[in-house]
Write a protein that binds this ligand. Sequence first.
Ligand SMILES: C[S@@+](CC[C@H](N)C(=O)[O-])C[C@H]1O[C@@H](n2cnc3c(N)ncnc32)[C@H](O)[C@@H]1O
Length: 249
Amino acid sequence: MRRSAAFREAARLSSAAGTPRVKAALARALFRQTAAAWDAWYGAFHRAEDTDLGPLADRLSRLARGGRLLEVGCGDCRLLAELAGRCRRVDGVDPSARALAFARGSVSGLRNVRLLRLEDWSLPFPDGTFDAVVCQRTLNILDPEAALLMLGEARRVLRPGGRVAFNLANFHHEPFLSALTTPGASPWPSLTRPRYWTEEMVRAALPRVGLEVVSLKAAAWIDVVAQQSATNGRRPRAAQKSAKAPAVR
Ligand SMILES: C[S@@+](CC[C@H](N)C(=O)[O-])C[C@H]1O[C@@H](n2cnc3c(N)ncnc32)[C@H](O)[C@@H]1O
């Protein structure tokens, strides 16, 4: 892939001192690079899938109890269009302008849908806005720290008692393990470098962003439903004193 201007900017910034301002600028540059890569993917490879997304939409919409739901990484909105028929209001966010251009076709005429282009790692909604947040087939293309950042944001925009549903590629799934040990056999396009997780990694990481597991099912994907934990990302005082590594927020 040709190096984008954003990539060059990120490389230049990464050689500078690691001040918070520089780190924030680097993070923004990397975000723009991801958006550009997905724009290219939707332009060159996008095609409709014929999977029936109804059963998945049934399961996910139940988490919002018919209320207000957000899909993070909504892509071309095929899933979101199904969710819209089952919830009072559905918002979708995605950093790729091309994805959202395809999406407008999927959701045209649906009055309870609003789509927004993500500009940065933060979700453009106030705290406590949604009954449920869903994020399908999206966190697996992010570095673990970035995936946790998005999950922390999902937790922030959830109402008390709300649920977040997401999935991650399972490292222990046999076809993935075979692909990982066979050069060039990745099941996904290389520009979106997939990341693999284990059940143990998920359970260990979620408390860092104030979430706890409600249910977890591991097959090819690790499907997780989580909720705000009692400590909500804060650690008990004693643990804070002895901690050396900062929590991911
Ligand atoms: C494989 S598509 C999945 C689309 C949809 N959720 C589905 O299941 O069909 C991954 C989507 O994640 C989006 N994405 C990439 N980085 C993201 C980020 N940091 N936050 C949210 N979405 C992101 C991409 O633009 C792309 O549309």
